[in-house]
Structures are given as structure tokens and as C-alpha cells.
Design a protein around this ligand. Structure first.
Ligand code: 9D3
Length: 239
């Protein structure tokens, strides 16, 4: 089964963009996933190709017209796909858990907003799920759509790197990654930590675990809290 993605956007030229490179780009070339980019402006009704209008009730900016976006969606779908997502700053934050679920779907429909966003009635009529990529403000949904696609495609079955990445994720136990080193052994006076050069695998494992825990505690108190709670529960269930 091929993972098929349709992207509805006012900036189709932005695609495939970064998605043509590296692992994800090779998989696209190899036909392991399909990308269909739809220019919403092609579905405008007037000779000026208008896609937006002023905000009802007043306020700054413009909103994408529901009738134009609806025509684009209807042309491509008889029935809405199971995963129809509007990338939106007020969406539910994207998580690896959700990415894993989305990567299982056969087809993914992504609507990228511009201006102040899309008319609410269109979102309700098509039962869009709203997804955000984080608490900062971007200029549109295209980069978030690419982010979501990249996250899904890298874990598709049969993509090189999948075996290691899934293993890595089960190993990481909700902690940030430990620091990595390569040669040369000394670079500009900085040495690779001694323990990594001794070949004592149990010592290496314990050092990496301690590093991961310390990084998580300092940088991500939210993850550290969850990790500590889960560790307590697992200890309890063993006794
Ligand atoms: C005045 C209110 N603004 C919301 C904070 C309006 C607004 C700003 C930016 C509406 C849309 C956008 C464009 N952003 C996206 O389309 C977007 C986004 C983001 O800005 N941050 C994180 N995730 C996402 S997903 C789509």
C-alpha cells in the first residue's frame, strides 16, 4: 500500500521543496509515497481568481473563501478521506504518537492556510482535524505540512532507516538523546569522553543513560516529570 498525500495550497511551487532531498526524497522517487499538490487558486470562480475576502465582523486581514476551497476538495474527493488535516496555529500540537497513527493511513489530505486562515464553515463541513506544529507564529501552513509529511514518511514500513529509528525510539524511553561523538579523538583540544573509547559496553550504556537523564531534567522538565512518574509506576508493578 502506497502512502498518498494530497496538499491543498495557494503556494504549490513550495512543494516538494525540502521533501525532494535525502531519505524522504529518495522514497518519493522510488514511488514509496505519492505527493499530489493542488493549487487552490485553480478553483476560484471569478476572472480575477479571488481566493480570499475580508473578515466578517471586522478586524485585520483576509480569510480564505469556503466556496473556493470546497471546489478544490470536491474535485479531488467523492468522500472525505479518514485523515483530513488543516494545519493551524490553533490546532492540537503534533506529537510522535499522532505521527505514528497518521503514517498508518493510506491517504492523507492536508489543507494549508494563508492570510488569517480558512472560513470556519468549510472546516466544519469537511470535519477537518486541526493540527499545529508548535507554539510560535509562522506565515502559513505549508512548512507545517512539510514537517508532518517528513515525520510520517521517515517511519513508513520499507523506508531505509526505519528499523533503526523504531529501535531508537523504543530505547529512548521518553528521554532526550545522549551526546554523540566521532573521530578525530581530539579536535581543537577537545577530547571524546574517555568511557566511549574503552569498549566497555555496560559502562558506555550507563554513561549514555546518565547523560540522557541529565539533559532531559535540565532542558525538558515536562518530559522529566513524566519519565520519573513512569519509572515509579514500573518499580511499583515489579514489587
Ligand atoms: C491573529 C491571530 N493569528 C494566530 C496566531 C493569525 C494567524 C497567524 C499565523 C493565522 C495563521 C497563521 C499562519 N500559521 C499557520 O498556518 C500554521 C502554524 C503556525 O503558525 N504555528 C504553528 N503551527 C502552525 S500549523 C499552521
Amino acid at each position: 500500500m502506497t502512502f498518498s498525500v494530497k496538499v491543498f495550497t495557494l503556494y504549490p511551487e513550495m512543494f516538494p521543496g525540502p521533501l525532494q532531498y535525502s531519505l524522504v526524497g529518495r522514497a518519493l522517487q522510488d514511488g514509496k509515497w505519492l505527493l499530489d499538490v493542488i493549487n487552490i487558486r485553480d478553483f476560484a470562480l471569478d476572472r480575477h481568481k479571488t481566493v480570499d475576502d475580508t473578515v466578517c465582523g471586522g478586524g485585520p486581514g483576509m480569510v480564505m473563501r469556503p466556496d473556493v476551497v470546497d471546489r478544490a476538495l470536491k474535485f479531488h474527493y467523492q468522500t472525505p478521506p479518514k485523515s483530513l488535516i488543516y494545519l493551524s496555529p490553533r490546532g492540537i500540537p503534533l506529537t510522535q504518537e499522532r505521527v505514528k497513527e497518521l503514517a498508518q493511513s493510506a491517504s492523507l489530505g492536508l489543507l494549508c492556510g494563508r492570510f488569517e486562515g480558512v472560513d470556519q464553515r468549510l472546516l466544519e463541513a469537511w470535519k477537518f482535524e486541526e493540527v499545529s506544529v508548535g507554539d510560535y507564529v509562522l506565515t502559513g501552513g505549508e512548512l507545517p505540512a512539510m514537517t508532518l509529511i517528513d515525520a510520517c514518511v521517515r517511519i513508513l514500513p520499507g523506508i531505509v532507516g526505519t528499523a533503526e529509528s523504531l529501535e531508537e525510539e523504543s530505547f529512548s524511553q521518553g528521554l532526550l538523546e545522549y551526546p554523540q561523538y566521532t573521530r578525530p579523538r581530539v579536535w581543537e583540544g577537545r577530547e571524546v569522553p574517555h568511557v566511549l573509547l574503552q569498549g566497555h559496553h555496560e559502562h558506555i550504556r550507563r554513561w549514555r543513560q546518565a547523560q540522557a537523564e541529565e539533559l532531559t531534567r535540565v532542558r525538558r522538565p515536562d518530559l522529566w516529570q513524566e519519565y520519573c512518574e513512569r519509572r515509579e509506576k514500573e518499580k511499583g508493578s515489579k514489587e
